[in-house]
Each structure stands twice: as structure tokens, then as C-alpha cells.
Design a protein around this ligand. Structure first.
Ligand code: UD1
Length: 418
């Protein structure tokens, strides 16, 4: 397994270009299953999760060609209706195969995704929505087996929580259902708007995406299109924090600043200088990092996917802060690893208290999940001495050219191939 070696302490300076959004690309790739015509997707990041999705599409019956950041999805053969364990287990977003296949084939069997159990990381909101749309569902032999013999029928679905994935799965199925579907308490994340945007270009009739009430008028058929994915706001946020934590000054390009409002606002409260243009943000450390407590929430509140990186930053703030996680349980796996750098953090349920320290010192650390990995790299960049980050395959799921981009900004970082 590869490792990342960092000699910390360099101030990051210069410009970095943000790649296309992972969380937009995945549902958009699944949307290509809704048509037999070619779909071209641009601004696609090179990530393990994108490769996993392409592998799944190839298996189901598409021909997928990726050249640089452009992916073409072409028709190949009749779709299979089974998404097997070996292709699905690596990525929770594989559950998004359900919507399009149910809409096209009226049946789909999907292995329960990502090593999660229904109890620990549930998919009940997805399944409940499919039931409302007229599907029958049973779980047997590790598979969710779903069929809708007479096709999906539009209806009103009230989500108990605005799940991003469940909103996407309903969009990916109801676009071809008979009649009108309304989602109440839908997720409002920018990635939902991006998915609705490509689906509408394909001929769907979706209104209200980006608000908590989305209406979908089912159509009979969708056509092929070309679409460019929005920039990755979580990658951008990670580089914004990288500038602050290394006392640097960087310009982050190819972004939509509005999507980063909660990050910019909180960084400003920390005393970081921020300047925005139409598609870029410049981040400049001024003298010290003021502590700033945050609570994660659904968009446009502070994203749970930036919580780990924020804790890393607060480790070097001048004072105490509290970080509250409200979206996922048990998302503090990075805390014990950050303590290895000399951070002063106490965990209590879904809250952590961070007492800022004057300096961190490099350490060997292990990544437990994607964003935890980002936090450890950030701490390593700011820490004195050598940090070795192991299990970096988690980072490869979500950060396009991480070491290359950081090196260009002046970091002393390299990958040690296994
Ligand atoms: C997506 C993002 C992920 C981000 C998350 C929250 C992708 C590929 N992933 O994940 O990066 O952290 O949104 O912004 O876009 N839940 C249920 N039942 C369900 C579905 C979800 O209880 O059927 C719970 C989850 O356990 C979690 C919360 O709802 O506690 C949020 O999950 P959800 O919004 O569905 O996140 P994902 O779509 O999995």
C-alpha cells in the first residue's frame, strides 16, 4: 500500500486549479444509464470512485471511454439487472445504480454497498422512496432485491431527513416514472442541482432542484447530452484550509465561490483574509488563527465533509473551539490520529473540544476514511518534521492529483509506492 511522506512547515503559495466534483460526477455517471444515446461528461476528476463507477457501468452494459477529464458513455449491450458485491462493496454511492435500473428494467438487485450494514449506515430513505414509487423490495443473501412489475408511478415522497443520495436516487428513477413525483424535504446540495441540470438537458422535466421541494414530471424517454461537472467544493475547501494552516497565501481557481460560503465565512472569523472573484478565491494568513466553533449541517451550512479538516485547523488556533457533528455518527476517527501530532482534543459524543497548541510535530499516522485523510495531510503540512501517512488509498477516492497540486504550491510531499 502506498504512503505519503510530508516534511512539514512550508508555507503554501501560488495557484491551484480545482477538479470537477466527485459527488456530482458519480450520480451523473449513473444518469447515463437512463438513455441509450451517447452521453459526454466533461471536467471529470481522476479518482478511484470514478473508476469504480465506470467499472460498474461497463459491467451493467455500457461502453465507457475516459480520456483525461472527458468521459464518454456509449451504448454496448442489453443491461444486466444485478450489481454484484465485488463491484459495489468499495463505494457507498453504488446504491445510485438502483434508481436508473429500476426505471429502465423495472427490476434491480444491488449488493448492500460499501461494507455498511443497514443498521449502521442505513439506506432506508432510499428504499422507502422506491416503495412509494411502487417498487417491491426484499433483502436477501446480502442483496437488496427490487422490482416494480408495472413500472414506477409518480407520487409525493416526504423524506424524514434530506438525504443527498436518496434525493439523487429518486431523481434518477422518477424522471422515467408515470406521472408527477414530488419530493418534500429534499436535499439542497449543489450536486443535486447539477444532476437535475444534466437530466433536464436529457429531456427530463424537473423543477425546484436546489430547494427542499422538487417536482419531477415523468417522461417516456431521455436522450444523450454533453455536460460539464461543477467544481468540487470539498476539494476547494480543503485547499482553503491548507492555505490557512500553513500560514500561506494561495489562489484557488475554477470554483463557484457561492458554494463555499460557509467555509469562507468561518475562515474570515478566524482572521484569515479572503478575496473572491467570479470563479476564484484567494486565501491569506494574516497573523494568527482565531478559534471558531462550528456545527456541521445540510447545505448551505458547514459541510460534514470538511469537519475533519476544520478540526486540523483548530488544533493550531489561539484558543479553544468546539466542533459538533450532526450528520454522521462516529465521524471522529481522525481525532486519535491528530493527537499523535500533539494536538489537544477531547471527544464527547458528537462533539469535540479542541484546545489550540502552538505547534504540531510530525508523526506516523493512518487514514481511516477520505476526509479524515485530508485532515491528516493538512496537519502534516503544518507540523514540524516528518509525517508518514499510510492507507492513502482512501485519499485516492476523492482527491485528484493531491501530491502534485500540493507540491506545486510549495509543499514538501511525495508518495512512496508500495
Ligand atoms: C453524500 C456525500 C457525502 C456527504 C453526505 C452528506 C456523495 C457520493 N456522498 O453521502 O460525501 O458526506 O452526502 O452531505 O454524494 N441516512 C439514513 N438513511 C438513508 C440515507 C441516509 O438514515 O437512507 C443518514 C446517513 O446515515 C447519514 C445522513 O442520513 O447520517 C446523511 O446521509 P446522506 O445525505 O444520504 O449522505 P450520502 O448520500 O450517503
Amino acid at each position: 500500500m502506498d504512503k505519503i511522506l510530508i516534511h512539514g512547515g512550508n508555507q503554501l503559495k501560488g495557484e491551484v486549479k480545482i477538479s470537477g466534483s466527485k459527488n456530482s460526477t458519480l450520480p451523473i455517471l449513473f444518469a447515463s444509464l437512463l438513455t441509450d444515446e451517447p452521453v459526454t461528461i466533461k471536467n471529470v476528476p481522476s479518482l478511484a470512485d470514478v473508476d469504480t463507477t465506470i467499472g460498474l457501468l461497463n459491467f451493467i452494459g455500457k461502453k465507457v471511454v475516459k480520456k483525461g477529464s472527458v468521459v464518454k458513455v456509449l451504448p454496448k449491450e442489453k443491461y444486466k439487472h444485478i450489481a454484484p458485491y465485488d463491484l459495489v462493496r468499495k463505494m457507498r454511492a453504488s446504491i445510485l445504480i438502483m434508481g436508473p435500473l429500476l426505471a429502465r428494467l423495472k427490476k434491480v438487485d444491488v449488493s448492500l454497498p460499501g461494507g455498511c450494514t443497514i443498521g449502521a449506515r442505513p439506506i432506508d430513505i432510499h428504499l422507502d422512496a422506491f416503495k412509494h414509487l411502487g417498487a417491491n423490495i426484499c433483502i436477501s443473501e446480502g442483496y437488496v432485491k427490487t422490482f416494480a412489475r408495472t413500472g414506477l408511478k409518480g407520487t409525493t415522497i416526504h423524506f424524514k431527513f434530506p438525504s443527498v443520495g436518496a434525493t439523487e436516487n429518486v431523481l434518477l428513477s422518477a424522471v422515467l416514472a408515470e406521472g408527477k413525483t414530488t419530493i418534500i424535504n429534499a436535499a439542497t446540495e449543489p450536486e443535486i442541482e447539477d444532476l437535475a441540470s444534466i437530466l433536464n438537458k436529457m429531456g427530463a422535466n424537473i423543477t425546484g432542484a436546489g430547494t427542499d421541494k422538487i417536482a419531477i414530471d415523468g417522461v417516456k424517454k431521455l436522450k444523450g447530452v454533453s455536460h460539464s461537472v461543477i467544481p468540487d467544493r470539498i476539494e476547494a475547501a480543503t485547499y482553503m484550509i491548507a492555505a490557512a494552516i500553513t500560514k500561506g497565501h494561495i489562489t484557488i481557481k475554477n470554483i463557484i465561490p457561492e458554494h463555499l460560503y460557509s467555509i469562507s465565512k468561518n475562515l474570515k472569523s478566524c482572521g484569515i483574509d479572503i478575496k473572491e472573484t467570479k470563479d476564484a478565491i484567494s486565501i491569506k494568513y494574516v497573523n494568527h488563527i482565531k478559534p471558531k466553533s462550528i456545527e456541521t449541517g445540510v447545505y448551505p451550512n458547514f459541510p460534514t465533509d470538511v469537519q475533519a479538516q476544520w478540526i486540523a485547523l483548530m488544533c493550531l488556533a489561539k484558543g479553544n473551539s468546539k466542533i459538533t457533528e450532526t450528520i454522521f455518527e462516529n465521524r471522529f476517527m481522525h481525532v486519535p490520529e491528530l493527537q499523535r501530532f500533539g494536538a489537544n482534543i477531547t471527544m464527547n459524543g458528537n462533539e469535540v473540544l479542541v484546545k489550540g497548541v502552538k505547534k504540531l510535530s510530525g508523526a506516523p499516522v493512518m487514514v481511516s476514511d477520505l476526509r479524515a485523510g485530508a485532515a491528516l495531510v493538512l496537519a502534516g503540512l503544518a507540523a514540524y518534521g516528518k509525517t508518514t501517512v499510510s492507507r492513502v488509498y482512501h485519499l485516492d477516492r476523492g482527491y485528484d492529483m493531491l501530491e502534485k497540486k500540493l507540491k506545486k504550491l510549495g509543499a514538501n510531499i511525495r508518495r512512496i509506492k508500495s
